[in-house]
Design a protein around this ligand. Structure first.
Ligand code: COA
Length: 183
């Protein structure tokens, strides 16, 4: 999949800017990896070492050129410090479909970063030609993520059976969705 170019202006919303993941974000990756759930959602191992963190950063930097999607550090618009990570995944762009994911470091939670990051990510999504819908797969127990989704304009569509997670296991998840404005 050939994706549109990396945005020349970093997406932002409120106090959040979405920028490329960089080697300086290894500390953020290591902190995220201490969350028991985050390692189940991607390739970051639990309790990552510095080497694990740097390898994760390198993988994120390759996501765009390999056609997987846009992997962003969620950073403070003031200090540029990374507080988390999000991605817009576009392997099904030919069908008009994208999926998104997000995670905030434990010590930066409940400060509005996730909602602002998801708003910035979603608005950025509508700059991608052909993208009609963005979908989130959220565990039924994950109230924080469901509230984040609703605050960012997503609504719950259905209960999706057998969503595959990072380790190959399948889980039943809630499917939240937003449609391109005017589509
Ligand atoms: C889900 C997550 C991203 C939320 O990040 P956050 O920056 O704390 O979220 P925000 O501060 O933007 O708050 C968003 C909403 O969630 C609510 N919320 C946040 N943490 C909550 C919690 N522990 N319990 C209940 N509600 C919570 C907030 O109150 C807010 O809702 P409101 O505006 O209706 O009150 C964060 O908890 C996280 O990284 N979890 C682990 C990874 C994960 O689950 N990612 C999502 C996968 S689908």
């Amino acid at each position: 999949m050939i994706l549109p170019p990396w945005p020349s202006t970093p997406p932002r919303h409120g106090p959040v800017v979405l920028r490329e993941v960089a080697p300086k974000d290894v500390a953020m990756a290591r902190e995220l990896s201490t969350d028991p759930y985050v390692p189940q959602t991607g390739s970051l191992p639990f309790d990552a070492s510095s080497e694990d963190g740097l390898a994760w950063v390198t993988r994120q930097q390759g996501r765009h050129s390999e056609g997987a999607g846009f992997s962003f550090a969620i950073a403070s618009a003031v200090s540029d410090e990374a507080v988390g990570h999000c991605g817009l995944w576009l392997k099904s762009l030919d069908d008009g479909l994208g999926t998104a994911g997000y995670a905030i470091n434990p010590r930066h939670r409940r400060l509005g970063y996730a909602v602002n990051a998801l708003r910035a990510l979603t608005d950025f999504g509508w700059t991608v030609p052909g993208l009609l819908r963005i979908v989130l797969h959220i565990e039924p127990w994950n109230i924080a993520s469901q509230r984040t989704a609703r605050r960012a304009g997503y609504s719950s569509q259905k209960f999706g059976v057998g969503h595959r997670i990072a380790n190959g296991e399948t889980r039943d998840m809630l499917v939240y969705e937003v449609v391109r404005p005017g589509a």
